[in-house]
Design a protein around this ligand. Structure first.
Ligand code: AMP
Ligand code: ZN
Length: 108
């Protein structure tokens, strides 16, 4: 297993506050928000990138997007963007799959 910050965060090793957690994934605030609300949905399983996605990951990746919808509903966000960077040239900096949830609406 690579030395991966999102593996550590999703395993609860860094004490990160989770807005959502289940057996497969966590959602937490981005440390450097680029919108009023900026969350990251991260699977507990290490998959480096959508570029490494396999058929067996289909359910997990679907769950990531469904969890974003559920947290957005819970927070009352009227609209939002879901964003995935793929590969270094695609702007990906952390090589553990994550979905950015960005909204101009406040999470409060
Ligand atoms: P990407 O460029 O798609 O790989 O996005 C990585 C994101 O992770 C960036 O928006 C960072 O601000 C965010 N990030 C990096 N380290 C942390 C951390 N320790 N906690 C929360 N977010 C982080
Ligand atoms: Zn990882």
């Amino acid at each position: 297993m690579p030395d991966c910050i999102f593996c550590k965060i999703s395993a609860g090793e860094l004490g990160t506050e989770f807005l959502y957690e289940d057996e497969d994934l966590v959602i937490f605030k981005d440390i450097n928000p680029k919108a009023v609300t900026h969350l990251l949905a991260v699977p507990k399983k290490h998959i480096a990138s959508i570029a490494e996605m396999e058929d067996s990951h289909t359910h997990l990746i679907g769950k990531l997007f469904l969890a974003c919808k559920k947290i957005a509903d819970k927070l009352g966000l009227k609209g939002y963007n879901l964003h995935v960077n793929v590969g270094k040239e695609g702007g990906q900096e952390i090589f553990h799959i994550h979905v950015h949830l960005l909204s101009k609406f406040s999470q409060n």
